[in-house]
Design a protein around this ligand. Structure first.
Ligand code: GMT
Length: 380
């Protein structure tokens, strides 16, 4: 198949899923065209069957800001026409699905309905729960969903939220997120990584996100404060975003700055996960929580909230713990329990690796392939 993919290139789960999916499809012989504002952060080196088309929005003094969504629509139409795309897969409803929908309209004059690409939209989370829930955006998100030929959601939870908010015209198929366990595994040799991070023998907690309010960064910091009061430990904070500066101020004011490393945006997180003993993810609501699955693949138990998509793949007392949102005491207690009982930790870590294998990329890429094929068959 010839597949176009459009996604947010920035540090975030939807871009990671879209990029890993595109790379896996290309390995399986499909031709994949990424159509984006910039190269997605996990794209890496170019390889056979992968092409990248950059979208540049026109700057004109009359426009207060460039119209990216329109430029994207034109670029999708151009690539679809010249590369004869069978499918355009939009990740995150806004603007990708909407731009692809517009691109299809542009092509309607030049190809028959049955020759035009099929539009697949994957909903990732905040496109429904935050953007879609906003009254100013609801109409466009609804249009994007209803005008797609096929819609998928990354968890049962997100499907339910989508149905509740939008009552879509067609069935939303759940295709869960995935991890490549050949790339995400606990590296056996970590002495050098520990040295580079300035780590001794202390326990290591990690948090990876885009530092937005939904991630509840203050809960990560307060939990870690309670941990470091009791046992020698370091907190690795990976990623960047609006809450980072506040977090830096908080650790300085509360006297734990020397135990916290702000690492910023890092693409290759496997070495960092390989030295970590615990991931803290106290989000207000994750449709899935890809970072937790990737941590589990690297043998890192997780403490997450008992809402959203987490309970679909994380079992309390087996892969870590599920706690009430905002309950820092409960989170700290569970964290200390895990970090101080080494026998228990080994068991949790092993369970995590086993669980992550059930979400291996190959299985889920096959689901997407079958999904595309079904839509194309229906069009015959
Ligand atoms: O909200 C984010 O953290 C980023 C967002 C994105 O679009 O990149 O993540 C969403 O999609 C991920 C991949 O499907 C999911 O693993 C995240 O849970 C989801 N985020 C939220 O629902 C808050």
């Amino acid at each position: 198949m010839r597949i176009g993919i459009s996604c947010h290139h920035t540090y975030g789960g939807s871009g990671a899923v879209a990029t890993e999916l595109g790379k896996a499809l290309a390995k399986r012989g499909h031709v994949v065209h990424f159509i984006n504002r910039a190269a997605p952060f996990r794209l890496g080196a170019f390889s056979k069957n992968i092409f990248y088309h950059e979208v540049e929005a026109m700057h004109y003094p009359l426009f207060e800001c460039p119209f990216y969504s329109l430029a994207l629509a034109s670029k999708i139409a151009e690539v679809a026409m010249y590369e004869n795309l069978d499918v355009v897969h939009a990740h995150y409803a806004i603007p990708h699905a909407l731009s692809a929908m517009l691109a299809r309209q542009m092509l309607e004059d030049s190809c028959s309905e049955s020759k035009c690409f099929k539009l697949v939209t994957t909903l990732h989370g905040t496109d429904i729960t935050v953007v879609g829930a906003d009254s100013g955006m609801q109409g466009v998100v609804r249009l994007a969903i209803n005008r797609s030929d096929g819609v998928t959601a990354v968890s049962e939870y997100l499907k339910k939220e989508t149905v509740k908010l939008f009552d879509p015209k067609r069935e939303v198929e759940v295709i869960l997120n995935f991890v490549d366990t050949e790339l995400f595994y606990r590296m056996p040799q970590t002495r050098e990584i520990r040295e580079q991070l300035g780590l001794g023998n202390e326990k290591v907690c990690i948090h990876i996100s885009n530092f937005r309010p939904v991630k509840r960064i203050p809960d990560v910091l307060k939990t870690f404060y309670n941990i470091v009061e009791k046992i020698p430990s370091t907190l690795l904070l990976v990623g960047d975003g609006p809450e980072r500066s506040e977090a830096e101020i908080w650790v300085r004011e509360n006297g734990v700055a020397e135990h916290v490393r702000f690492l910023g945006k890092i693409d290759d997180i496997v070495p960092l996960l390989s030295v970590s003993d615990l991931m803290l993810m106290p989000s207000n609501g994750e449709s899935f929580g890809l970072a937790a699955l990737e941590a589990m693949a690297c043998g890192v138990p997780v403490i997450v909230t008992n809402i959203g998509g987490f309970p679909e793949f994380i079992a309390d007392g087996r892969h870590g713990y599920l706690v009430d949102p905002g309950n820092v005491e409960q989170m700290s207690e569970k964290a200390l329990e895990l970090l101080t009982g080494s026998h228990n930790w080994e068991k949790f870590s092993k369970n995590c690796v086993e669980q992550a294998r059930k979400y291996h990329i190959t299985m889920l890429v096959e689901r997407y392939e079958a999904f595309y094929a079904r839509l194309l068959d229906e069009a015959q």
